[in-house]
Design a binder for this molecule. Structure first.
Ligand code: TTP
Ligand code: MG
Ligand code: MG
Length: 450
């Protein structure tokens, strides 16, 4: 017989963690209405956790006088909102909104300049608490991560759902901020779920209900379907995920290329990406945020070149090579675009990384303004098989040889001794707004494997 704690008929209270044997709307023990019930509650173990109004929550924690006030974190050179607390959001304030607009919507808001170091510190604290729950923690950004709690029940003496509820309670008590949980059977829906009932949400999307749940949702719920792609789908008469569910894979592939595959599978709630803990070692990359948003090749290409050289230098230092080149762009409205290209063999050459990046960025130079550009390589291997001397392309082979010579000079006279035509005299354009971002350890986007 199953242990009573795993009886799917039993929910639990998120405040006192007591099991609920009956259907009452309030906790049988403490009277709290914050109950979770779900037929798959004790089977699911893949979670996404995201802190609520993260920067603003940290500021409120550190100044209790702000508790019931509308708080906006942002400003600085760009004059946009980084985040707003939920009180300010009621008045319409949103991330990435120009500050003057935010203050029009919410004139009595208190505006605080971001303190990135502090938020990074709190983010790390939360992360290390997550790592105490399971080794499978995959950080996605400063305030969120995927966790796979499969197989941890013995260790904790509790099923994953309860471990997560207890974790959130501990974060509230010990760190002083709140977070929301999405619990599901795959990454896509865990992420969707964590966003459903913010703040202090705990949402469960089970396998049985997934197709029905998704059918009624807009296509924009699928990662990668931003405004532009949603408009394309709209032109084809597709607005809901339910419509995608009725389409054939071949048809979607024909119409939308590799994105068609993503639409086909995610629309059905099929997503077999695993939670991986060792993201950091899986790619080598460099990225930079611009002082002002850039759109044209003349501005972006030299930055791409400089970043490719940086990636290459890191690969060479670590004796690594990567086979997949990944380009990352962040648009003005904070949408992230990643584009990949797999090479025939791994590389550690700046020129091959750059040329591939150039090919990838070509399609993105459609007038969109970008605030961030990054380039990197994944599919890492040791440098042994990298860049075989019989590179088919004669020009590429020449450049590879030249690069070897430049490397030798740099080794001898220092990194700035030789500049290429692309970067010469142009270093200022790509100067990062925040130096820390320039050193981003990797750029693998959680969704790029789809
Ligand atoms: P999010 O998790 O996207 O947002 P949030 O935590 O503020 O609010 P939510 O409750 O909806 O999760 O981002 C985490 C932090 O990243 C956020 O507190 C501030 C920063 N950020 C920006 O600086 N600019 C942005 O446009 C966004 C979306 C976030
Ligand atoms: Mg958040
Ligand atoms: Mg987040």
């Amino acid at each position: 017989m199953a242990a009573p704690v795993n009886d799917p008929a039993h929910g639990f209270c998120r405040d006192c963690l007591t099991l609920q044997r009956g259907p009452a709307p309030r906790c049988e023990r403490c009277g709290s209405p914050r109950l979770v019930r779900h037929p798959e509650l004790y089977r699911l173990h893949l979670a996404h956790i995201d802190c609520d109004a993260f920067y603003a929550a940290v500021e409120k924690r550190d100044n209790p006088a702000l508790k019931d006030k509308p708080v906006i974190v942002g400003g600085g050179k760009r004059g946009v909102v980084s985040t707003a607390c939920y009180i300010a959001r009621i008045n319409g304030v949103r991330s990435a909104m120009p500050m003057f607009k935010a203050l029009e919507a919410c004139p009595d808001a208190i505006v605080i300049k971001p303190d990135m170091e502090k938020y990074a510190r709190v983010g790390r604290q939360v992360r290390s608490m997550m790592q105490a729950l399971t080794p499978l923690v995959e950080p996605i950004s400063i305030d969120e991560a995927f966790l796979d709690l499969g197989g941890t029940e013995k260790l904790h003496g509790l099923p994953p759902a309860l471990v997560l509820a207890r974790f959130i309670r501990t974060v509230e008590q010990e760190i002083g901020i709140t977070a929301s949980v999405g619990l599901s059977y795959c990454k896509f829906l865990a992420k969707v779920a964590s966003d459903l009932r913010k703040p202090r949400g705990f949402s469960v999307i089970g396998e049985a209900e997934a197709p029905d749940f998704l059918a009624g949702q807009p296509v924009t719920m699928i990662w990668g379907v931003g405004k532009a792609f949603a408009a394309t789908l709209e032109q084809d008469g597709i607005r809901t995920i339910g419509q995608l569910q009725k389409m054939e894979r071949g048809d979607l592939l024909r119409r939308y290329g590799s994105m068609g595959d993503r639409l086909y599978y995610l629309a059905r709630g099929e997503d077999d990406r695993r939670v991986t803990a060792d993201r950091d070692s899986k790619s080598v990359s460099a990225e930079t945020t611009f002082d002002t948003d850039l759109a044209g090749a003349a501005d972006l290409v030299p930055v791409l070149r400089a970043l490719s050289e940086k990636v290459s230098a890191r690969l060479k230092k670590a004796n690594l090579a990567g086979r997949t080149v990944v380009l990352k762009l962040k648009t003005q409205d904070f949408r992230i675009r990643t584009r990949n290209h797999q090479l025939d063999d791994p590389t550690r050459l700046a020129d091959r990384i750059f040329q591939t990046g150039l090919h990838l960025i070509g399609k993105e130079l459609d007038g969109t303004k970008y605030r961030l550009l990054g380039i990197g390589v994944s599919d890492l291997s040791d440098a042994g098989k990298a860049d075989p001397p019989d590179l088919v392309d004669v020009q590429a082979r020449k450049r590879a040889l030249a690069e070897g010579a430049i490397d030798a000079l740099r080794d001898k006279f220092g990194g700035k001794a030789v500049e290429t035509g692309y970067t010469f005299g142009k270093g200022h354009r790509g100067r990062p707004t925040r130096p820390d971002e320039d050193e981003g350890p990797e750029i693998r986007h959680p969704w790029e494997r789809i």
